[in-house]
Design a protein around this ligand. Sequence first.
Ligand code: AMP
Ligand code: MG
Length: 478
Amino acid sequence: MHFDHSYAKNLTALVTPMTVSPLSEPQLQLYNQPLAEQLELDPSFSEQSHLFTQLFSSQGALNQHAVAQKYGGHQFGGWNPELGDGRGLLLAEVVTHAGQRWDLHLKGAGKTPYSRFGDGRAVLRSTIREYLASEALHHLGIPTSRALCLVSSSEPVYREKQETGAMLIRACQSHLRFGHFEYFYHSKQLDKLDALFEYALQYHFSACREHANPHQEMLRQVVLSTADMIAKWQSFGFCHGVMNSDNMSIHGITFDFGPYAFLDNFDSQYICNHSDHGGRYAYDQQPGVALWNLNALAHSFTPYLSIDEIKHVLAEYEPRLLDQYASLMRLKLGLHQPQEDDLELVNGWLSMLEQDKRDFSQSFRLLCNQAISENQFVDHFIDRQRAKDWFVQYRSRLAIETLSAESRQLQMQQVNPKYILRNYLAQIAIDRAEEGDFSECEQLLKVLANPFDEQNNFQSYAATPPSWGQDMEISCSS
Ligand code: AMP
Ligand code: MG
């Protein structure tokens, strides 16, 4: 195993070398062993003393080449050039034997030149939320950054109230955001933009270099992977909450978790971020906002591509998204023989869930049950006649299918999770962790690692929220 530092060493003008500011009384609380193995990390990193030496001592392998990255971003539609790693550091890159490159990035590392008025810290609550969400999404099959480990501390950190500081090491292909490219374009530092593109093409989009127009192919890859990610968010009812362009990864992975939520009762206009007064990032706005962000990113390709070349690529977003979404929704309804009007059936179903305020995930799971009678199905809804009509239509549509009912049920259960990370479940785990007990975090992570299985001993984790856990106000200040 060796650590690489390709970004820090190739792009010295785009980073600031930094060291990690340790926290008081740090404790290694969560360590993602399966991910560590995937990254081929030395087993000694799971030992607190070894990890802390590498992380906190000046010559430590995870500290001596750490850098803060500069980027900007469109936040709620407005350009902000003042962004960058304000509390995070790129520690190192891991290259596996198969040649896969992973960034190791520390959140909550202390102040940097990009901290502005912030303290450079992350609170325990938000690091747990990020840890849980990235692992939950990963096990649902949604592309995402991953969580490697979480360190708690006794360090007071002030938000709306006094909390404690914590650190999270996350891992993903790279931390290149839309906002990296936007920043060097808008600040007219075209030599740096050039260097950034060269780097991205060499290290992360090398296959694009085989194409006649590598920049266009790279933009195309970003467009397609973003469309695929959004299709998955929509089909699983995931709301990101802060889709600013600095929180969008060029790898099409879910990134920078804040006040996210999985839908409970289906509300297509659900806003999970309580600071998002206009609903810019509401559930049903996510597909359009991603395209808006891709447009913003595309501006930074203008030194290399004509407007027509850019338009041509951006035009691939909508059909790709619709195609992926339709495929996912068909599978969720158990429709393997595509028919033209399948989406009407899907939309009829969603509109019924919305009208009767039914739970998004539980309703899909109910639909998996092929033995359900018409009456049992109708009992799930308030508008019984509408539910009955839809069910009759659905059953007659299923007649075209060739799979047996048993096989269809099994397949549907593999795409309709029984267990999702509801905000109230995360909150219970956080409350316990804030008292020093991380066992509930561990337990929840275990349940969410197999979201499609029945898990008879853990049925309670599939429950809809109690009254205190409905529409929770998740603080944005993390
Ligand atoms: P976020 O809302 O976490 O995506 O962060 C937006 C910007 O604010 C980024 O440039 C962050 O680095 C910065 N930031 C967020 N929280 C802090 C903090 N506590 N201290 C310093 N910078 C922060
Ligand atoms: Mg961010």
